[in-house]
Design a protein around this ligand. Structure first.
Ligand code: THU
Length: 130
């Protein structure tokens, strides 16, 4: 987890967040050991912002990886408190990662909290509801 944290810290400089000034960085670890990075990408049309978690997951899927290939995701913000994934990211993580995958929240005091994906969106809407 320390390696994920140090990569997330380094990668946060790539955040494109000129409107919120709230950079976020996420690192996905695949079961094959590969790491995939993501940052939040904002837009003058504010609603089009894409969160770091979704950037990392969409990159992984674009490369052909699927939920069974993903081990965990670490989300980092440069604050001394923990930032929790937004509702949209929880919905996307629920679909694109396995229920027991880890979602790790990390702050700039090198503290981490570990959750299982399913804990962040219990009774969520899934493909099974269609
Ligand atoms: N943001 C993320 O990247 N991940 C989250 O889980 C929460 C929010 C971004 C979106 C926006 O660019 C900025 O943080 C402020 O909301």
């Amino acid at each position: 987890m320390k390696k994920l944290l140090s990569i997330a810290k380094e990668n946060i400089k790539n955040s494109y967040s000129p409107y919120s000034h709230f950079p976020v960085s996420a690192v996905l670890e695949l079961k094959n050991g590969e790491l995939i990075k993501g940052i939040n990408v904002e837009n003058a049309s504010f609603g089009l912002a894409n969160c770091a978690e979704r950037s990392a997951l969409f990159t992984a899927y674009s490369l052909g990886y699927r939920k069974q290939d993903i081990k965990r995701i670490l989300v980092y913000t440069d604050h001394d408190y923990f930032v929790s994934p937004c509702g949209a990211c929880r919905q996307v993580m629920r679909e694109l990662m396995e229920d027991d995958s880890e979602v790790i929240l990390a702050n700039n005091k090198d503290e981490m909290k570990v959750y299982h994906n399913i804990e962040l969106l219990p009774f969520g809407f899934t493909e099974g509801d269609l």
